[in-house]
Design a protein around this ligand. Structure first.
Ligand code: ADP
Ligand code: MG
Length: 478
């Protein structure tokens, strides 16, 4: 490692003092979460967990991840418009996975009613985050490999804009002024807000609002507020409502314009609705109502489906990218370079072989169901048990198998409220935020808008910041 921050410290006491300074700066900068005890109130808040030091990331990989983001935006958009691809890809999954099946039912229903009938000028908005790890290759050099793409509720763009100041502070305390200046500025929430603002503008109704679909218990409120604040600064008003309120107070007029509490909605931004437990019968009805409306949905149901692990796995099949992005060989090559090994578990020989390989070398694979939000994947012995159980059942089609990425661990210090300050072995996951807006057939915006680095101790196989495993970090480009 070129820079070993820990070696700059004399002793444990200095580490603890530095951590105290870092925490106070994080609080002052607004790197905040509500507490798990009081997730519905901002009366008592604490800092969002973060690393004491920025983690080293090769500049070339950062640049590669940024460069491929517009391709991923186009790809997600292409998948969401390709009903035949979605239907074929998800056919086996929806037979065995209720959640995906319900999303797919709404997709079918909306298609049947004809989204296109709203107007050839219908607006689509994608706010996504593509996540990567740095695979340690045979010669020891790190290679960018995609973990997944999040097409719904991609979070931490707000807090990620506040953490650079914290790491600059830490390095300044250590008199590392030149190094402090190397921490990249980052403002994903502004970029995400500009995407929402563009969609709002194209929707074209000066008094219409942005509707944020919120959870009842939202610890990550400050992350969301960062986007709301950017919108308000542009005179675009945001209302936060839960699904329940939509089913009670939401309605469509004869042109399918969406109204909530009598106010017209231009853009619906989902920060809820990506996990099965977030849907009661009433909530499914609300989701359907929103999808049927002509408000811009972020994401619409097809785009949410485009973010499933099953779609990710099918995209890695030979010829798929070429079919979805015809005439764009360079984009296809950039995308493919980031793909790890992905294997279908559909019934049949191909799936049988994947299972046999995973059982023979469990440490090289991850078993993934069609879920978001962390903590759902299976590794090691647990994966073996699950595979043995699933092997002869059609249920296996609701999972995919993925090559396990093994980054080179490094030392950092994870700061969490109530936890002792300790140097541990870590690995990082880099996310790049992407924004696109399409009106009818025309892509009017396609951008990357910032990054998120999350770091976790190596003993945790799975999980992000919200799941309490990873913490916020910044890339220190080398
Ligand atoms: P989710 O939608 O739940 O976030 P992910 O695919 O992002 O699902 O997996 C959750 C976490 O599991 C990731 O943040 C990462 O830490 C770990 N993980 C996922 N896939 C792999 C993989 N192929 N290799 C190594 N770790 C992985
Ligand atoms: Mg993830």
């Amino acid at each position: 490692m070129a820079t070993n921050w820990g070696s700059l410290l004399q002793d444990e006491q200095q580490l603890e003092e530095l951590a105290r300074q870092a925490v106070d700066r994080a609080l002052a900068e607004g790197v905040l979460l509500r507490t798990s005890q009081e997730p519905t109130s901002s009366d008592v808040v604490s800092y969002a967990p973060f690393t004491l030091f920025p983690s080293l990331v090769p500049s070339a990989l950062l640049e590669q991840a940024y460069a491929v983001q517009m391709d991923f935006n186009m790809l997600v958009d292409a998948v969401s418009q390709n009903a035949a691809f979605l239907e074929q890809t998800l056919a086996s999954t929806i037979k065995r996975d209720d959640f995906t099946a319900r999303l797919f039912d709404i997709h079918k229903q909306v298609l049947k009613e004809g989204i296109a009938q709203f107007s050839p000028q219908t607006v689509f908005l994608g706010l996504n985050r593509s996540d990567y790890m740095f695979q340690c290759s045979a010669d020891g050099s790190p290679v960018l490999k995609q973990i997944e793409i999040n097409t719904i509720s991609a979070s931490f763009g707000g807090l990620a804009s506040r953490t650079p100041a914290v790491h600059r502070h830490v390095l300044s305390v250590l008199s590392k002024t030149k190094e402090a200046a190397k921490i990249l500025s980052n403002n994903p929430s502004k970029g995400l807000a500009l995407g929402i603002a563009k969609a709002w503008e194209l929707y074209g109704s000066a008094n219409a609002l942005v509707l944020l679909i919120a959870q009842e218990k939202e610890r990550n409120i400050f992350d969301q507020r960062a986007i709301e604040n950017e919108l308000l600064a542009r005179n675009i008003h945001v209302i936060r409502r839960r699904f329940e309120a939509i089913s009670e107070k939401g309605s469509l007029d004869q042109d399918r314009r969406l109204f909530v509490d009598g106010q017209e909605v231009a853009v619906v931004y989902f920060r809820d609705g990506y996990m099965p437990c977030q849907y009661s019968l009433q909530n499914w009805e609300a989701r359907l109502l929103l999808e049927r409306s002509c408000a811009v949905k972020c994401p619409d149901i097809a785009t949410q489906l485009a973010g499933t692990k099953k779609v990710q796995q099918e995209l890695s099949r030979a010829g798929m990218l070429e079919m979805l992005l015809p005439g764009q060989p360079e984009a296809v090559a950039r995308l493919r370079a980031t793909f790890a090994g992905l294997y279908s578990l559909d019934m049949g020989e191909e799936g049988d072989q994947a299972i046999a390989e995973a059982l023979a070398a469990p440490s090289r694979f991850v078993l993934k169901p069609q879920r978001e939000g962390g903590g759902n994947n299976l590794y090691g012995e647990e994966m073996v048990q699950a595979l043995k159980q699933l092997k002869d059942s059609e249920e296996r089609a609701s999972y995919i198998l993925m090559e396990k990425i093994e980054p080179e661990p490094f030392e950092n210090c994870l700061l969490r409220p109530g936890s002792p300050v300790q140097v541990v072995q870590c690995i990082s996951e880099l996310g790049i935020f992407g924004v696109y807006v399409r009106q009818g057939k025309t892509l009017v915006m396609n951008k990357h808008v910032g990054h998120l680095l999350r770091t976790k101790a190596i003993e945790h196989a799975d999980g992000g910041v919200a799941a309490g495993v990873a913490v916020l970090d910044n890339p220190y480009p080398v």
